[in-house]
Design a protein around this ligand. Structure first.
Ligand code: HEC
Ligand code: HEC
Ligand code: HEC
Ligand code: HEC
Ligand code: HEC
Length: 474
């Protein structure tokens, strides 16, 4: 009663309040609707216009559904260059690494890498560069295509539906045979959407048998993996099923593991199947120990080639980006390959991952400044400091290995026997393995500066020890 009277008597201000309240409600509702719309946009940032499935290797088909990702993916055909990254040389082909660093060529004498070994470039070129390399003048294994083409449908075909079985057949086939089968099926595309995405959910996943098996071996080993919590969890569990990336790994881990399908050290030839040497861990000496315990079909201890001038049984390292990133502070802090090489771009409310995979130094604002609040110039300078130091140590190591090779040749000329030279040759193998592990990695030390400094220090030391051993043999 009393309240009503008050309300009547003082009705005017209340009316204003009610109007204001209604207006505010309408405003909030509109805002909520807008947020809901944006959220929906985030959840389904695409309309599926065409169907894609496990056999759709042509990225253009996926591009109809996901045009923003496809448009940036196509940019990998652009030429890029930084001080140490991307590639120089003609537009037709990247520069020869073995001409730029003659000690590399000297190390590789006796192997196809002494014929042709160039800078890498964008993903768009991976298949044609593999087809064109003069290393193809030597017989190459069908395993090569594991990392240079969208090959899963062919593996399934060769294995009658079982991709792993198909994969395990290809090492014994020639490159030409596997390549022809790929073209005949219409799957001769560089790395494609289906290689990293589940066509039903678009979630990222891993497809390559080499990595699936490599990670199983790593999980079974006791190599430290502080950056891969899912492996540590699996190790503590019942171990009744092998570690399975697509079941066990977190999304953050997958943001690196999709790249580890290819950016790793591997063995690829016709003696046995494509192998990632992780059975003892990811570090340079753990892979070395793994190779030392591996035997070739001939029964000999594993080697990639015999050095033409010294006869040393050499291990050749290939682009261990994943392994060295694993030893760095970024991996340990949960920073994935995709954070730097495929950073997010805003597009309305949706976040789009930049599929123009390239040097992050061309993209510092999105690749680094999200975490590091320094100017572009300062960030560039910090990277340059790391890379220039690494470069100098690399050159020193190269000189030391060349001196070792010269000493072995001189010792032989003055009558030293193979038996007397055996210690020097073993040291050549160990020194070259370390030097090459850093030289073949493509970040010029950035991914793990302390680790590459340690490895290069050891490489130079072992090479000088080898040189002394050769001098003593003489
Ligand atoms: C913290 C950022 C960061 C992370 C994480 C990272 N990288 Fe890099 N990466 C760099 C930088 C910086 C360079 C040097 C680029 C240059 O010299 O132009 C580089 C270089 C490279 C290159 C050579 C690029 C070129 O243009 O020649 C490759 C390949 C590469 N990284 C692959 C990887 C892979 C694979 C992973 C994950 C296993 C990874 N990176 C993780 C920052 C990163
Ligand atoms: C485990 C994956 C993998 C396998 C197997 C593989 N590659 Fe590659 N290849 C890469 C990656 C990653 C790069 C880019 C990084 C680099 O150039 O160091 C590359 C780069 C190249 C390049 C360009 C740079 C250069 O070396 O001149 C050629 C050519 C090439 N590969 C040929 C081959 C041949 C031939 C085989 C088989 C003997 C092969 N690849 C097997 C992953 C692989
Ligand atoms: C199917 C194998 C494969 C996968 C998966 C793959 N790469 Fe590559 N990547 C290559 C090959 C091969 C090349 C070299 C191509 C050439 O030189 O023709 C290359 C080149 C590069 C380059 C050099 C680009 C340039 O412009 O010089 C970068 C950077 C790179 N990859 C990073 C990554 C990152 C990051 C991932 C994961 C998001 C990834 N790659 C996934 C095989 C692969
Ligand atoms: C080398 C691996 C790789 C390839 C090849 C690749 N993607 Fe991705 N893609 C990624 C990664 C990594 C992410 C980030 C996913 C995450 O964090 O969950 C991503 C994210 C996406 C997303 C989710 C939204 C976004 O942008 O983050 C879409 C859609 C997508 N990719 C479409 C494509 C299409 C279309 C292609 C082929 C033209 C393609 N991708 C090729 C690795 C790849
Ligand atoms: C997602 C976050 C993130 C991104 C993206 C990122 N960083 Fe980092 N960075 C870190 C963290 C975390 C550390 C470890 C030090 C710390 O905790 O502050 C670090 C450390 C470093 C260091 C010191 C390295 C060392 O070994 O001591 C350098 C240099 C660096 N970052 C450069 C870069 C550059 C260049 C990029 C872009 C290509 C980049 N970072 C991208 C988070 C990031």
């Amino acid at each position: 009663m009393t309240q009503n009277r008050i309300l009547l008597r003082r009705g005017w201000p209340y009316l204003i309040l009610m109007v204001l309240f209604a207006a505010a409600t309408a405003g909030v509702t509109a805002l909520l609707l807008n947020v809901a719309e944006r959220k929906a946009e985030q959840r389904t940032p695409f309309v599926r216009l065409v169907d894609v499935n496990e056999d759709t290797t042509d990225p253009a088909k996926w591009g109809t559904n996901w045009p923003k990702q496809y448009d940036t993916y196509k940019l990998t055909a652009q030429q890029t260059k930084t001080r140490y990254g991307g590639h120089g040389g003609s537009e037709a082909l990247p520069e020869e690494k073995i001409d730029r660093d003659p000690w590399l060529k000297r190390m590789f004498l006796g192997y196809a890498f002494a014929i042709d070994y160039r800078d890498r470039r964008g993903h768009a070129y991976m298949l044609e560069d593999q087809e064109q390399t003069k290393r193809q003048t030597k017989p190459q294994s069908g395993s090569c295509l594991h990392c240079h083409a969208s090959i899963m449908p062919l593996y399934r075909k060769l294995g009658n539906g079982d991709a792993i079985a198909g994969f395990e057949k290809t090492y014994a086939m020639s490159y030409q045979e596997v390549s022809k089968a790929l073209y005949d099926m219409g799957n001769a595309h560089p790395v494609s959407c289906v290689d990293c995405h589940d066509p039903d959910t678009m979630a990222i996943r891993v497809t390559r048998p080499g990595l699936l098996q490599g990670m199983q071996a790593l999980a079974r080993s006791d190599g430290e993996v502080p950056h891969l919590a899912s492996v540590e969890r699996w190790r503590e569990g019942p171990r009744d099923r092998p570690y399975d990336i697509n079941r066990d790994a977190s999304r953050t881990e997958l943001r690196s593991l999709v790249c580890a399908q290819c950016h790793v050290e591997y063995y690829c030839s016709s003696s046995f199947k494509l192998t990632f040497p992780w059975g003892k861990g990811l570090k340079v000496e753990q892979s070395e120990a793994f190779w030392n315990e591996t035997t070739l079909a001939s029964g000999e201890r594993f080697y990639d080639y015999k050095h033409q001038e010294t006869g040393a049984p050499i291990l050749k390292a290939q682009h261990p980006e994943f392994e060295l990133w694993s030893q760095g502070i970024h991996a340990r802090s949960g920073v994935a390959c995709a954070d730097c090489h495929m950073p997010y771009m805003r597009d309305g409310a949706t976040k789009v991952s930049d599929h123009w995979v390239r040097s992050p130094l061309l993209n510092i604002s999105r690749a680094c400044q999200t975490c590091h609040k320094f100017s572009e110039q300062e960030i560039q300078a910090r990277v340059a400091r790391i890379q220039d130091t690494n470069y100098r140590m690399l050159q020193n190591g190269g000189q030391a290995v060349v001196d070792l090779i010269d000493a072995v040749i001189a010792a032989r000329a003055s009558g030293a026997t193979d038996e007397e030279l055996a210690p020097a040759l073993e040291l050549q193998r160990r020194a070259q393995w370390r030097l090459d592990f850093v030289a073949a990695e493509n970040s010029m030390g950035f991914h793990a500066p302390q680790e590459t400094a340690r490895i290069l220090g050891e490489a130079a030391d072992l090479a000088r020890q080898g040189q002394i051993a050769a001098l003593q043999a003489k």
